[in-house]
Design a protein around this ligand. Structure first.
Ligand SMILES: Nc1nc2c(ncn2[C@@H]2O[C@H](COP(=O)(O)OP(=O)(O)OP(=O)(O)O)[C@@H](O)[C@H]2O)c(=O)[nH]1
Ligand SMILES: [Mg+2]
Length: 635
């Protein structure tokens, strides 16, 4: 369990940690000289019930940002209030911060009991009032003295009784880095709270946001050498990586699993502005954002309101100066632009929101559904809202769901994976039915057309699923035999394109001309001239006929009857069969077809592309297994 101190400057936090652990957490020379805590301090003490870890924070008003970095990873608070001083400004601010971070277990130490024993009742009353509406309302108040030792054992027992908070040890590991240093003989060490998952020696992880790969060479969990650390422990990792050095690591970075490395500079949150604020927050208001151990400037824009009144809780978009690591359900705290006071905070709902349309009713409904902390419930809600699906990787990443828990969440929602999307089984079925219905409608309206191209059909599908997902849907329909494909055209199995009467007439005339010299048919231009129609009209008709399977454009504007192509393939095969070497030459082919060298070669090159012939130097082999490609040759 990790306990974080909290309280006004000089109220005795560090002295109390020392009384409990024997360790002076003020390790910097400047701290000793000035007698105040400046940076986070760490101390551990072993008890029969396990190791208690302390994060000792500064109380000075100028170091609230440091307190925030320390408080984000703790299980419970040790709120320290000096009896001679009572509740002071940073007592209040730290309590606000603990509340915003959702820390609802803790003990209040009334310190310096040796100096002001007569003030216990008065200061207790102040604290009861201060904590009344918070998660710490029922915390015990214990008078102690770090000087005389009074109350220290009772305090230790009270802290141990709190127990750690629930952590997600099944998720991918995420360590919120609050410190990095080099150790002689070991190299780089990073420390922080493991907020989710497990880390083992030799794990390959990522320093995020920089995206630097690293390997865990060794680790300490709760100050002891260990093979593995689990969520909720303070961890020191000895890490190595070719691009890694002390200067590449910053407080606020994360060491995490590659699957949850996704720095983000904008996210949607549930945000509460403290009731103590005197002014509303308007769109684009600048503020200091604290999340995990990170600290960055951000702009705050309410989504479901025009401004945020003191005491109000709204949905808001935060836009950051630079990207940080953040996932759904992470807590965050905001301080004013000058960093003089805490103004509010809340819970992150969507770390990867769309850039556009952030205030549309559809989007707001999505964000509201994401407030559910239960992943399956949030997913179920999301899948009933337009567009009825969500990006699979983003959803799982935002919720830090590792592969092992996916099946569960999907079964509970219920949801099915369709390529890169998640959707309900009912939506998948509706999409499949929709494809069939749209094809049927298209065939009815345009009987001369072979069908619809994939992309046209996708664009016509409401909500426009991703290409990959739509591909998967169409393929499932192929497997069922519900849809077929002719070249680029999707059609129902029952559909055959028919020509308009006018096209049919032109085609019959053209057909006669093509058949008259079938191995050297007239080109499109010649057909158009012969039949006195514009060349473009002739070309369009021939292409339509090709889609119906009756013509093949062997070379640009060189259409052969399909059965002639089959016949030529059979001829090619028979020549090769009679050849002693089993091969086919262009000359022999031309002689048999009597169509001139140029056209004969066009046909052979077409056969090469279709895989009917394989060219080896100047000769070709014929692949008998491909001969059926153009249907049977006429006799
Ligand atoms: N008499 C008495 N003095 C105390 C007690 N606890 C702390 N002090 C003194 O109060 C002063 C401040 O104590 P610290 O423990 O440094 O206070 P802090 O809360 O850690 O201060 P910051 O970290 O700077 O916010 C020191 O001079 C301590 O010796 C106590 O129980 N009794
Ligand atoms: Mg201190």
């Amino acid at each position: 369990m990790i306990i974080g101190t909290a309280g006004h400057v000089d109220h005795g936090k560090t002295a109390l940690v020392k009384a409990l652990t024997g360790i002076d957490a003020d390790r910097l020379a400047e701290e000793k000289r000035r007698g105040i805590t400046i940076d986070l301090g760490y101390a551990y003490t072993d008890t029969p019930n396990g190791t208690l870890g302390f994060v000792d924070v500064p109380g000075h008003e100028r170091f609230v940002h440091t307190m925030l970095a320390g408080a984000s990873g703790i299980d419970a608070a040790l709120l320290v209030v000096a009896l001679d001083d009572g509740v002071m400004p940073q007592t209040r601010e730290h309590v606000q911060i603990l509340e915003l971070l959702g820390i609802d277990r803790g003990v209040v130490a009334l310190t310096k009991a040796d100096l002001a024993p007569d003030r216990i009742a008065e200061v207790s009353a102040q604290l009861r009032a201060l904590l009344a509406e918070t998660g710490l309302a029922s915390a015990s108040l214990l008078p102690v003295s770090a000087v005389t030792g009074e109350g220290i054992e009772d305090l230790r027992a009270a802290l141990l009784a709190l127990g750690p908070r629930m952590r997600d040890s099944d998720g991918h590991p995420r360590l919120a880095v609050d410190r990095a240093f080099t150790l002689a003989g070991a190299g780089l060490v990073v420390t922080g709270t493991l907020v989710a998952g497990r880390i083992r020696t030799d794990d390959r992880l990522i320093l995020s946001p920089p995206g630097i790969e690293l390997r865990v060479r060794g680790l300490h969990a709760q100050n002891r050498a260990a093979d593995q650390a689990v969520a909720g422990q303070r961890v020191a990792l000895n890490v190595v990586g070719p691009r890694l050095s002390k200067d590449t690591v910053t407080r606020g970075d994360w060491v995490l699993h590659p699957d949850v490395h996704a720095p983000t500079a904008r996210f949607d949150v549930r945000l509460t502005l403290l009731a103590e604020e005197t002014r509303a927050l308007r769109a684009d208001a600048p503020a200091h954002l604290h999340l995990g151990a990170a600290h960055v400037m951000a702009r705050v824009s309410p989504l479901d309101a025009d401004r945020i009144e003191p005491g109000d809780s709204v949905l808001a978009r935060l836009t950051l100066d630079h990207a940080i690591g953040a996932l759904a359900q992470d807590r965050l705290v905001l301080r004013d632009a000058a960093a003089t006071r805490t103004i509010g905070g809340g819970v992150l709902l969507d770390p990867f929101p769309p850039r556009r349309g952030r205030r549309t009713p559809e989007r707001l409904a999505q964000v509201a559904v994401l407030e559910q902390s239960d992943a399956a419930a949030a997913l179920r809600g999301l899948l009933t809202l337009p567009p009825l699906w969500t990006d699979r990787a983003s959803f799982f990443r935002a919720r830090n769901l590792p592969p092992a828990s996916l099946a569960d969440v999907m079964a509970t929602a219920p949801a099915v994976a369709v390529a890169d999307l998640l959707m309900s089984p009912a939506t998948l079925e509706a999409l499949q039915t929709g494809v069939v219905e749209r094809l049927a409608a298209h065939h009815a309206a345009s009987p001369d057309q072979p069908g619809l191209q994939f992309e046209r059909l996708r664009q016509a599908t409401p909500g426009r699923p991703s290409q990959a997902a739509f591909r998967a849907i169409v393929e499932s329909l192929f497997r069922r035999g519900a849809v077929e494909q002719d070249g680029p055209w999707l059609r129902l199995p029952t559909h055959r394109a028919t020509l308009s009467a006018q096209d049919e007439r032109m085609w019959q005339q053209a057909r006669a001309l093509i058949a008259a010299d079938r191995f050297r048919p007239p080109r499109t231009r010649d057909l158009a001239r012969e039949l006195s129609v514009p060349e473009a009209v002739m070309r369009a008709t021939l292409k339509r006929v090709q889609r119906m399977g009756r013509l093949i454009e062997v070379a640009p504007d060189q259409f052969f009857l399909s059965e002639t192509v089959a016949e030529m393939a059979a001829i090619a095969a028979s020549i090769a069969k009679l050849d002693p070497a089993g091969t086919l030459t262009a000359a022999a082919f031309r002689d048999r077809l009597a169509n001139g060298r140029k056209v004969a070669i066009l046909v052979l090159e077409f056969f090469d592309r279709a895989g009917v012939t394989v060219r080896i130097g100047d000769e070709r082999r014929v692949r008998d297994d491909r001969l059926g490609l153009f249907g049977a040759a006429p006799h």
